[in-house]
Write a protein that binds this ligand. Sequence first.
Ligand code: HEM
Length: 526
Amino acid sequence: IDYELYEYFNRTDPATRQLCDFEEQHPIPIGILTTSSGKPVDIRETISLNSDAFSNQYHIDLLTHANAERIPERVVHAKGTAAFGYFEVTNDVSQYIKSDVFNGIGKITPTAVRFSTVNQNLGGNDLARETKGMAVKFYTKEGNLDFVALNFPVFFFKDPVKFPFFFHALKRNPKTNLFDLSMRWDFCTKNPESIHAFLWLYSDYGIPNGYTKMDAFLIHTYEINNKYGDKYFVKFNFRTEQGVENLPSDEAEAIAARDPDYFNRNLYNAIENKMYPAWTLEMDVMSFVDIRNIDYNPFEITRLWKMGTYHTITIGRLVLDRNPDNFFRVSEMSAFNPGNLVPGIPGPMDNLFKSRRSSYRDTQVYRLGVNHNRIEVNTPLYWKVYDRDGKPPVRDNMMDAPNYYPNSFNGPVPYVDPSRPKERYTILEANAVDLDHAADFYNNYLQRDQRERLVNNTVKSLVPVSPDLQRKAIRLLTLTDINLGIQVSEMLHDAMQMSPIPDPRVLIVSRQKNNYYYDSSSQLVK
Ligand code: HEM
């Protein structure tokens, strides 16, 4: 007997026994079967052989609905899962932030959370070496607050114009429909500011041991205000109470071979087994005076704040205690938008964040429709709008209320917030690439054994790419840190000796290349 296989097929975990649990809770059928319009279905309509199938409305209803049961998967973060829970304030942070959700020790706010892996399609592999997402919707009295975070504290670039190219390069090659390490390394070496986040990716943090064992970071520097209108600048971080745990590549590959849904299963089972996963929400804080006295740009999202230049304050705890009763209704219909903020959180000022405010909304209009905030999981506790009509759901469509503003007939009116600061700062963003942060991560953040695994993982990803890209990658790694460059270079050399002789065509395309552009008279220039 293959005991591993035996154990796998004899699971008694909540995820595997879900249908049996349903049966136990419903010892008799839950009702009479109907068509979608509610007509009871006669048993003879459930078989279409030797009958007039096209007079059988049940048959037509069933098949045509099945034809239309897919909506577009998310353009990124398609594979994921969701859970409900609550947020509890555990500390008095009123001196920094006036938002109702974070004020009043003991205050509980319901939340919905979606975890995801970035580049996989729906049904992909949870254990792929990819950034992971954690999006939290707080249903607050002042509207929905969406904290949309990643398991790395730095992002790959700061110019939002790069986003479509970034996710094209990390998703599937349009010709082969395969993930393509050449595209990845080409993106990385053409956009050297991304090396810091790529080092996080090739380090142990690239494969957490499930969603419950990872921290999550909002990355951007958020402006927050207190009730006197004072400004503070913060980074919000979720710290896992289960402890950070990562998986070595070989172990991750072995698990993936047995269970590519390992992360989703793990979260589902933890909640069903009442081992409710929890995170502490903290913020790293700087005042305006602090910001004026530091020697680096704190709004730069490809770097970390320097130790000693800020202090950290706990806000509260996020606990997940309920699995959705239907995956599609919650995970797939949810729409998280980092632009959904509440009074007291004007939010980040960098261009990448500004671009995200519109990007998420736009893709959600495409994916779920213009009324996506009327879908149950996205509906705030309170809403009064002048939006009308469009593809369902429209809920009550604001019934008989006036549909234009301003009006003389008592439609909804805005509120006045006297403590809201009058001005917002504008930040200047530089194009320069500073590799020091990546070097700092490699040398000071990682332990020796972690550095070794990072080198191993990097080499593994470089073996299949062309020598030209290998050279460019080693150059970038060497510029980042000379030892890192040397180690990757030496180990890659050894690995290439062991691998089969490269296809000569790869060598041809790998000759030293130049950069080309067209001049104003359309001549190609080298
Ligand atoms: C220019 C930069 C970025 C753009 C344009 C962008 C765009 C998008 C888009 C279009 C989606 C799919 C949303 C949906 O279909 O509902 C998405 C999902 C997501 N993004 Fe970003 N993103 C950017 C940067 C970031 C950053 C910096 C973070 C984290 C700090 C982040 C975290 C996430 C997460 C966690 C999701 C999944 C949300 C869910 O579970 O529904 N993204 N992003």
